[in-house]
Design a protein around this ligand. Structure first.
Ligand code: NAD
Length: 431
């Protein structure tokens, strides 16, 4: 609790430094820095402090008659020392939200922020030791070399957020010490849009979810599956929504971020030919800027549909009906999130039961991960394990089973040899 309160103080008092670091690394607007990173973690701390006692309370269970009188309960114990390796896209949130869970469950932690968000990494490395107990939390800055060295050490849990290729390296390293891992990964999260829905609202919500942090969000809608005749209207509304949100020149908007580095900007630029540019398409290398972009008429076999986009490009793929949309999703890796814009309960039920994904958002993308009590995590290629609130306690603690029987009266005699006919009869009846 003391460490959590200290972490909260850090986030409040160092806010200007952290906001500046996020601005330097990602051009992150101040309000976005608050809602998706700093304020987000403060909420996670407050929610945790409020509910921690009930989450950690031992749970009593009943004891079978044959063992009575006795008491049984399960209690939680910390795992020990946790390694948290985090990525650059939400460098505060994805480093500190897992830390909140690790501390709440009673662990010490080593944090390894991403070298691709160097300003935030160094702000965390500088400020955390001033607020937190150095015996409880340490920060190691660096990239592949430092991560590799860390992974040679024995930890009691490794919590990795990032891409699937590195996740395999992390998991392979964990094998050596039989260390449990949580892998928070990404993938192509689809957004299914049905004809007949309020297309203007759908477009605004999709644009909001996609272009927050310039599309560099693990749960951003990666692509749209537009059912039937919905594509044309949706594309028009998406273009209108972008202008409404970011003006005619989004580059000048104070509410729009930048691409993390040149390598990612180049990677993204190469995807712009994958369809007809319905909105955006502009790139400014000097400024690491890519306009919020919508691609229409996208062929499923085009490059933009091959891998997670992780940038401000929203391809629209047309499919004839819901069956085709479901088949499309199921032919690919299980995504971190699946979104649908529909008024039909039948469609919702079918998507829930006929597809698999880390989470689901009906009518609103990305926001499910800000509902404190919803566990957040992937499935299959999008990850394993989950966290946030009570799910973090589950991840970062061991459930220890305790049976407690008094020595005062030996009611167990029935079970001891020699087994007489009488004992056998009674025991067979009881068990
Ligand atoms: P990244 O390049 O910052 O890498 C993540 C971390 O892995 C960094 O700390 C980095 O130093 C470390 N790393 C890199 N190479 C390593 C190696 N060889 N050995 C050990 N550690 C190594 O970030 P990224 O992977 O580009 O992040 C983007 C990906 O993360 C996307 O796929 C995105 O969807 C996913 N993501 C998932 C979540 C989630 O919560 N599920 C959140 C954000 C991002």
């Amino acid at each position: 609790r003391a460490q959590l309160r200290a972490l909260r103080r850090l986030l409040v008092e160092e806010r200007p430094t952290l906001e500046k670091a996020l601005q330097d690394d990602l051009g992150k607007p101040a309000l976005e820095a608050h809602t998706t990173e700093i304020g987000y973690v403060i909420n996670e701390i407050d929610h945790t402090l409020k509910h921690l006692a009930s989450w950690l309370r031992p749970k009593r269970v009943t004891v079978p008659m044959a063992m009575a009188p006795a008491k049984a309960r399960w209690v939680r114990e910390p795992l020990g020392v946790v390694l948290i390796i985090s990525p650059w896209n939400y460098p505060i949130n994805l480093t500190l939200a897992p830390l909140v869970g690790a501390l709440a469950a009673g662990n010490a932690a080593v944090l390894k922020p991403s070298e691709l968000s160097p300003a935030t990494s160094s702000a965390l490395a500088e400020s955390l030791p001033r607020y937190l107990d150095g015996e409880a939390v340490a920060v190691v800055e660096g990239g592949v070399a430092e991560s590799t060295t860390l992974l040679e050490e024995r930890f009691d849990h490794i919590f990795y957020t990032g891409n699937g290729a590195v996740a395999r390296i992390v998991m392979a390293a964990a094998v050596k010490h039989l260390t449990p891992v949580t892998l928070e990964l990404g993938g192509k999260s689809p957004a299914v849009v049905e004809p007949g829905v309020d297309m203007a609202t759908t477009a605004r919500r999709l644009a909001w979810g996609k272009f927050t942090n310039a599309g560099q969000t693990c749960v951003a809608p990666d692509y749209v599956l537009a059912i039937g005749a919905s594509a044309a209207e949706l594309q028009r509304e998406l273009a209108a929504a972008i202008t409404e949100m970011f003006g005619a020149d989004p580059k000048a908007s104070p509410d729009y971020g930048r691409i993390v580095n040149e390598r990612h900007l180049e990677r993204l630029s190469a995807l712009l030919d994958s369809g007809e540019v319905v909105a955006g398409g502009r790139v400014d290398r000097e400024d690491l800027y890519m306009a919020p972009t919508v691609l229409g008429n996208v062929d499923p076999s085009s490059p933009v549909m091959a891998e997670e986009i992780f940038g401000p490009i929203l391809p629209v793929v047309s499919v004839p009906d819901l069956d085709a949309a479901i088949a499309f999703v199921n032919e690919r890796d299980k995504p971190l999130a699946l979104y649908a814009f529909t008024d039909s309960q039948v469609t919702k039920r079918r998507l829930l039961t006929e597809t698999s994904s880390g989470g689901v958002g009906f009518g609103l993308p990305i926001a499910h991960l800000a509902v404190p009590d919803l566990p957040f995590g992937g499935v299959g290629e999008s990850g394993m394990g989950a966290y946030h609130a009570q799910a973090s306690i589950d991840t970062f603690s061991h459930v220890k089973s305790v049976l407690d029987k008094s020595l005062a009266l030996d009611t167990m005699r029935l079970a001891y040899a020699p087994i007489t006919q009488f004992k056998e009869k009674v025991l067979r009846r009881m068990l």
